[in-house]
Every structure is written in structure tokens, then in C-alpha cells.
Write a protein that binds this ligand. Structure first.
Ligand code: SF4
Length: 207
């Protein structure tokens, strides 16, 4: 390895970056065929992963950390390419919601093939290692959220209904659903999520 890596933190950062690069390169190769920019890909993936009522420009800008002008430029480009369309929101007629057209869905399906490939790849690894990695990654994201580096986390551990260690050490509870939250049950995108304030009490790590 050419890079100077003489401590654990450096090695972890380096390796996370390498994994992320592989992911981006594979996605980018697919997107290039469709003449899409990385930001346009992010917007399409946002629309794929969110409920219709959440697909409003203000929400997308907040979660992706974009200015209104940058977002509106990309939305116009995606509309021109026939991949998304605007519609007036049923809940509030002042706002447009965005949805994917049939062509948009086809592109997203292609992009998802990269995620699927990674998922299949991970299947070959040991369950205990995967569970520990999941805990570690959940803790990193939670910590980044409470330290203000991520504006929207949407993880159980950053939710007002989350009750840490309520059942046992490391076995949590959701006060809304009344269900225990084992590591594999931690939600990454729950519809009932209510964010905990990042100002109160500092980080509440999951594990
Ligand atoms: S409401 Fe959803 S996100 Fe919040 S703790 Fe319960 S399951 Fe997790």
C-alpha cells in the first residue's frame, strides 16, 4: 500500500474511502451512459427511497445539503431528460412533489444493480463480522449526526422514540411501536422517525 497508514483510524478512513470509490465508480459508469451527473444520480436515488409526500424540493435540498439554485438546475435537467415530473402536492398546493417517470424508474433500476452487486458480495462474509460492522457503522453515522456533520440521519438511535439499552445492554426499544430493536432491526428510514435535537445531551451512540 503506497499510502502512509500507521494507525487504526487512518486505516479505517482509507479503507472506507476505497470502498466508497468502488461504489461510485460503478454507479458513475452506468450514469455516464445516460449522460447523468453525480448530483442527478443522488436526486433519482432520493426519489426511489422516499415516500411521495417527502419528495419535495425543500426536503431534497436539506437532506442532500444543496442550495435551492443548484437543486433547481438539476431538477430542470432531469425533467428535460424525461426522467422526473413535477406535480402539485395534495397536502399543500403551494408545493410541487417530484416523481419518477417510467424512464426514470428504468434508470434507477440500472443504478440499483450496483447496490445489489454489493449486497450479493457481502453475503459471502461471516454473520458475526457483518453484525459488528453494522454496529460500528451505525455508531459512526449517529456520532456524525450529533456532531453536526450530517443534517439528516433517519436512524433509530437519533429518533425521539429510541430507548437505548431498555431491554438489555445493547438491546434497545422503540416506544412508538413497543418493539425491541436488535441490531438487525435498527431502521435506516422509518416513516415514524422524529429526530432528536442535536443540541441536547450530545451523542447517544447505539452501542
Ligand atoms: S419510530 Fe421508527 S425510527 Fe424511531 S425508534 Fe421507532 S422504529 Fe426507530
Amino acid at each position: 500500500m503506497k499510502t502512509e497508514t500507521n494507525n487504526t483510524e487512518k486505516k479505517i478512513v482509507y479503507l472506507l474511502e476505497r470502498i466508497s470509490q468502488v461504489f461510485k465508480v460503478l454507479q458513475w459508469e452506468l450514469a455516464k451512459k445516460r449522460k447523468l451527473t453525480p448530483l442527478q444520480i443522488q436526486i433519482l436515488l432520493f426519489l426511489k427511497n422516499r415516500k411521495q409526500k417527502e419528495c419535495v424540493p425543500s426536503r431534497i435540498a436539506e437532506e442532500l445539503g444543496l442550495t435551492k439554485a443548484t437543486l433547481s438546475e438539476s431538477i430542470s435537467a432531469l425533467e428535460k431528460k424525461g426522467l422526473i415530473r413535477k406535480a402539485v402536492s395534495d397536502r399543500d398546493r403551494r408545493f410541487n412533489t417530484l416523481s419518477m417517470t417510467l424512464s426514470g424508474r428504468k434508470v434507477v433500476k440500472e443504478l440499483s444493480s450496483v447496490e445489489n452487486l454489493f449486497e450479493r458480495y457481502l453475503e459471502r462474509f461471516n454473520e458475526a463480522d457483518k453484525k459488528n460492522s453494522l454496529k460500528f457503522l451505525i455508531n459512526i453515522i449517529t456520532s456524525l449526526y450529533f456532531d453536526g456533520y450530517i443534517r439528516v440521519a433517519r436512524l433509530c438511535c437519533t429518533c425521539q422514540h429510541f430507548q437505548k439499552d431498555a431491554i438489555n445492554r445493547g438491546l434497545h426499544f422503540c416506544s412508538l411501536t413497543g418493539r425491541e430493536l436488535r441490531t438487525e432491526d435498527i431502521n435506516l428510514d422509518c416513516a415514524s422517525y422524529i429526530p432528536l435535537s442535536t443540541k441536547k445531551g450530545g451523542a447517544q451512540l447505539c452501542y
